[in-house]
Structures are given as structure tokens and as C-alpha cells.
Ligand binder design. Structure first.
Ligand code: SAM
Length: 194
């Protein structure tokens, strides 16, 4: 996979009509925030590098990460959250390629073939490095794909979690989230950053 930072910097994120329906309008501006603040340009770029694949989005909340992955309509996005937010029905009905689940994601992990998901995003509260490590360790057992980690620089616990990862990893915070975005390569693919 090639990660072309300039293309990501220039990526034109936009709301689709569906997104404007999100009732939490005060949150809408997050999506188009400048690069280095929010990670959605990066997510859109990554989903557009592959066709007809599957993406696992752990931590739906209002659905911004799910929607950014779903911008490539050929890819299917499974998104999990413990809670059902006000946008759940919008995600379910207006996006053919998003399937939202309301449950602890651990229930669903491990059910799939190792290469079923091309990307898995771990973005779970309370960002204390505990759940992140548990989920990451489950994936490390057999998963063959890319793991995206949000908020790796949010606090010391998250930084330690990130720092202790020994697999091939890339700090993409400069083209991701200002609180840190990491990419771990558990696939057989080569990653090239230009
Ligand atoms: C920061 S929000 C996710 C934001 C979202 N990824 C985005 O970019 O718009 C974190 C979410 O993780 C959810 N969460 C925490 N632990 C979880 C678990 N074990 N399984 C599924 N969701 C979980 C929380 O309920 C919360 O809504």
C-alpha cells in the first residue's frame, strides 16, 4: 500500500447529503476540520486504495469514521459501539455499505477469516490503553490486515500502548488526528510512505 501524504493533504473531504441529516449539527464541522486535527481525510484515502473489501470500525459514536470509510461504495463497513447514538438509523438505512452493531465488539472479533477485514480501526473510550491492548492482542493472534489506532498521543497510557507495539508500525499523526494516529501492518503487504 502506498500512503501518499500529499494526496492526503489535498484530499477534498465533503459532506454528502446524507451526512447533513445528522442531527448533531454541532459535530458536523469536525468532519471537514483541517488536516492534522481530524483523521477523516486519511480514512477516506485509505478506503479508496482498495476495492470490494471489508473494514471494521470499532467505536461508531455518531458515525464519522464509518461514513468516511464508506465513501468508497465498493467497500463494506461493519461498525460497532456499545451504545446506540442518534445517528444509528441514518447509518443503517442510508448507507447500503454500512452495517452498525450495538454491542461490545469483542463478541464479533475472531469470527472472521484472518484477511476478511483490510482495515480495523480501534477508537474506543475511555482511551486508557486497556481495551486498546486487549483488542490489539486479539487481532495480533491471527488477523492479516492493517490496524488503525486513534488517539495514540492523547495521554501517557495511550502513548505507552503505542510505544510497546513491536510490529511494523507508522506514526501518521501529521496526516491524521492531532491526538495521534497510528497504523500497524499485520498484513503481508509492503507499506510505502511517500
Ligand atoms: C471516540 S468514540 C468513536 C468515534 C468514531 N470512531 C469517529 O471517528 O467518529 C469512541 C466510542 O467507542 C465506544 N466503545 C467503547 N468500548 C467499546 C467496545 N468494547 N465495543 C464497541 N464500542 C466501544 C464508545 O461507546 C464510544 O462511542
Amino acid at each position: 500500500m502506498i500512503i501518499d501524504k500529499q494526496i492526503i493533504r489535498d484530499w477534498d473531504v465533503y459532506y454528502e447529503d446524507d451526512i447533513e441529516l445528522i442531527e448533531t449539527s454541532e459535530l458536523n464541522h469536525w468532519y471537514e476540520e483541517t488536516l492534522g486535527y481530524q483523521p477523516y481525510r486519511l480514512y477516506e484515502y485509505l478506503t479508496n486504495q482498495y476495492q470490494d473489501t471489508n473494514i471494521l470500525d470499532i467505536g461508531t459514536e455518531y458515525g464519522f469514521s464509518a461514513v468516511s470509510f464508506a465513501k468508497n461504495r465498493s467497500n463494506k463497513v461493519d461498525t460497532w459501539d456499545l451504545h446506540r447514538y442518534s445517528t444509528f438509523e441514518i447509518l443503517r438505512h442510508r448507507y447500503d455499505n454500512i452495517t452498525p452493531y450495538t454491542s461490545d465488539v469483542s463478541v464479533g472479533l475472531g469470527k472472521y477469516q484472518p484477511d476478511y477485514y483490510k482495515f480495523v480501526l480501534i477508537d474506543v473510550n475511555p482511551h486508557d490503553g486497556v481495551q486498546e491492548l486487549e483488542l490489539y492482542n486479539i487481532l495480533k493472534e491471527s488477523y492479516k490486515g492493517f490496524v488503525l489506532l486513534d488517539d495514540i498521543k492523547l495521554n501517557t497510557d495511550m502513548y505507552n500502548f503505542w510505544n510497546n507495539i513491536e510490529e511494523e508500525k507508522y506514526d501518521l499523526s501529521d496526516i491524521g488526528h492531532e491526538t495521534g494516529t497510528g497504523l500497524v501492518n499485520l498484513s503481508d503487504e509492503e507499506v510505502k510512505i511517500i
